[in-house]
Structure formats: structure tokens, C-alpha cells
Design a protein around this ligand. Structure first.
Ligand code: UT7
Length: 323
């Protein structure tokens, strides 16, 4: 028998306010046609005044717990990915820990920007296997609306707010069983900081700052980097691209999703795409997309799920699991 970590519940939350491309075209010099043609985005959700990243994370976490039938007090590990924390410290993870009524264990944030969920899932999986945690929450939660420069049309049209969460549970299985989390591939290259960063921070400017991106430079690296991480992951796990039931990528741009799927020979009918409705919700986008595909009946227990993400750092990577 071997130890396995299973994904047993998924939940998500989107703030109620929707900002359409038409709405943004009244704020900056852009158009619904340009945004849809270049990105596939039609609308995004925006957190209400006073609604914090931890509030979005709490709601997604509670929904994931309900889906798994697990109580907050039974969770012994919470790993939260965000680039838009409530405060410089404490971690947003500990704030969510308190808000959901999780009284023990450990909670901490992971910072890998748009790849945050991919890195957080890997971190939780590794800690559960190495240190015996039994039940974990992995949360991606973001309020990018708070770090956007709403006068910069090259970035403000792209992002949205939201949160997604998964419950992980430790289990045992036959040695040859291909169930639960099968593997991860994580990569970074700090040489590319200037292509995607926030121009503020406690140590540099003592301000929060705004997101700055050379989108076409990020785009250029995205398809190649993501495909390379996925190829390595498939090789390391011995899983073929034909075994993938659902491809649940980071939702930055429909053209990137399609480009990666094509390069990996994944049929377009297997792509879960929410970018049109959510925009880019950074660390929240993968669990949000997974949650939607479970809720609408596409993803079923036993399906093989491939995730991927790429963003600021650059940081990129992929996860593979049977749900
Ligand atoms: O999750 C983090 C990772 N982020 C990403 O993966 C984002 C990756 N990048 C992208 O998705 C795309 O590069 C963008 C959607 C950001 C931009 O698309 P693009 O096809 O790379 O366009 P571009 O940046 O090369 O700009 C083309 C033109 C420029 O005008 P000129 O210089 O050709 O006259 C821009 O000024 O489009 C202009 N432009 C806009 N026009 C109308 C840029 N933003 C807008 C806009 N509305 N919102």
C-alpha cells in the first residue's frame, strides 16, 4: 500500500458585481471587439468595497468543505495563494483560517502570482506526504481590481476578482493504483521580472503599487514555458496526453489556452475555459475553472485533470491528479 493525497471537494466564489467590456470601454480607449479578439474576455467580477481577499477565500473554502463533507476544525493545513493579500502581514491564510473556524494546524501564504495555485497544491501535497497532515485546504484568492491602474488599457481589461479552493485528504491505495495527486512540475526564472510586476511594495516604495506588464513579452514565453512544464510532468508520471480527461489551465488569454492545448495535442473539447466570464483571476483561476466544470457536470469523479499556469516571476508549472 502507498500513501495518496486525494482531491475530495472543490468550491469557488465570485463577487456579485460584473464589469463588462462595454463598461471598461467607457473608462479607457478600448473596445469589446479588441478585448474579445485578443483575449476572449467578455466580462470580469469585481469585489465590493470592503470585500477582502480573505472574504472571497473564506467563501470558496467553505464551499469546498461542504462539497467534501469535511468540517473546518478537522483541517490541519491551509495553504493560500495570493498576490493581493489583505495586509502585508499576517498572511491572508491565517485570516481565512480564523474566518472559517479552523482552530488548529498551520496556515500560510504562497506567493507565485498567477501560478500560485499550482505551487500551493504542490506544497500542500508535499507537506501532507512528508509530515502527515491529514486534511488540507488549498485556496487561491485574489482582488486584482485593487492593484490595477484603471487608466492603463493594456492591463486593466485583463484581470478580475475571485477565489477557488480544494480540500485534500490523505488516504492509502494499492501500490499500482493511479489515483489522487500524481505529480507536479514547478519552474521559475527571475530574469524576467520586468515583464510582469507590481511597481510598489513595503520594502521598495512603502506603497502597494500597480500591476505593470509587457503583455506581448509574457505571451511570447507563455505557450513555450507551459508546454515544456506539462511535457516534463507527463514524462515524469508516465501519463500520456491521451489519458487527460480535462485540461484546466490558468485563464489568462484564450489564445494561450488554445496554443498550449494544440502544442500538447489535447483536443479542444477537453479545455475548461472560463476566461470569457472571469477574466484573469491569477491564483484563483484554476480552482475557479475546476469548480465550474464540476458544478456543470463535465468533470466527474475518476477523471484525470491536468492544470497549468504561468505568470509573474516568471513562475510557471503544472499539476496532474485523478479527482
Ligand atoms: O496571468 C499572467 C500572465 N499574463 C498573460 O499571460 C498575458 C499575456 N499577454 C496577453 O495576453 C496579450 O499580450 C495581451 C492581451 C495583453 C495583448 O495582446 P497582443 O496581441 O500581445 O497585443 P500588443 O500588446 O502587442 O498590442 C497591440 C496593440 C498596441 O497598439 P500599437 O502599438 O500596435 O498601435 C496596443 O497599444 O494593441 C494596443 N492595445 C489595445 N488596444 C485597444 C493594447 N491594449 C489595448 C486595449 N484596447 N485594451
Amino acid at each position: 500500500m502507498k500513501n495518496v493525497i486525494r482531491v475530495t471537494g472543490v468550491g469557488s466564489y465570485l463577487p456579485s458585481k460584473i464589469l463588462t467590456n462595454e463598461d471598461i470601454s467607457r473608462m479607457v480607449d478600448t473596445s469589446d471587439e479588441w478585448i474579445q479578439a485578443r483575449t476572449g474576455i467578455r466580462q470580469r467580477h469585481i469585489a465590493a468595497d470592503g470585500e477582502l481577499t480573505s472574504d472571497l477565500g473564506r467563501e470558496a473554502a467553505n464551499r469546498a468543505l461542504a462539497a467534501a463533507g469535511v468540517k473546518a476544525e478537522d483541517i490541519d493545513l491551509l495553504v493560500l495563494a495570493t498576490a493581493t493579500p489583505d495586509h502585508t502581514f499576517p498572511s491572508t491564510a491565517t485570516i481565512v483560517q480564523h474566518k472559517i473556524g479552523m482552530t488548529g494546524g498551520a496556515a500560510f501564504d504562497v506567493g507565485a502570482v498567477c501560478s500560485g495555485f499550482v505551487f500551493a497544491l504542490s506544497t500542500a501535497d508535499a507537506l501532507m506526504k512528508a509530515q502527515g497532515y491529514k486534511k488540507a485546504l488549498v485556496v487561491g484568492a485574489e482582488t486584482y481590481s485593487r492593484i490595477l491602474d484603471w487608466s492603463d488599457r493594456t492591463t486593466c481589461v485583463l484581470f478580475g476578482d475571485g477565489a477557488g479552493a480544494v480540500v485534500l485528504e490523505a488516504d492509502t491505495a494499492e501500490d499500482d493504483a493511479q489515483i489522487g495527486i500524481l505529480g507536479h512540475n514547478l519552474r521559475t526564472d527571475g530574469a524576467y521580472k520586468e515583464f510582469l510586476y507590481v511597481d510598489g511594495g513595503p520594502s521598495s516604495t512603502q506603497t502597494v503599487g500597480h500591476l505593470r506588464m509587457k503583455g506581448n513579452q509574457v505571451f511570447k514565453h507563455a505557450v513555450v514555458n507551459i508546454s515544456s512544464a506539462v511535457q516534463a510532468l507527463l514524462e515524469q508520471t508516465g501519463v500520456s496526453h491521451e489519458d487527460i480527461d480535462w485540461f484546466v489551465p490558468h485563464q489568462a488569454n484564450q489564445r494561450i489556452l488554445d496554443g498550449v492545448a494544440k502544442r500538447l495535442s489535447i483536443d479542444s473539447s477537453k479545455i475548461v475555459s472560463t476566461v470569457g466570464k472571469h477574466g484573469n483571476t491569477s491564483a484563483a483561476s484554476v480552482p475557479l475553472a475546476l469548480s465550474e466544470a464540476i458544478d456543470d457536470g463535465r468533470v466527474k469523479t475518476g477523471d484525470m485533470i491536468l492544470t497549468e499556469a504561468m505568470g509573474g516571476g516568471f513562475a510557471w508549472g503544472a499539476n496532474l491528479f485523478r479527482i
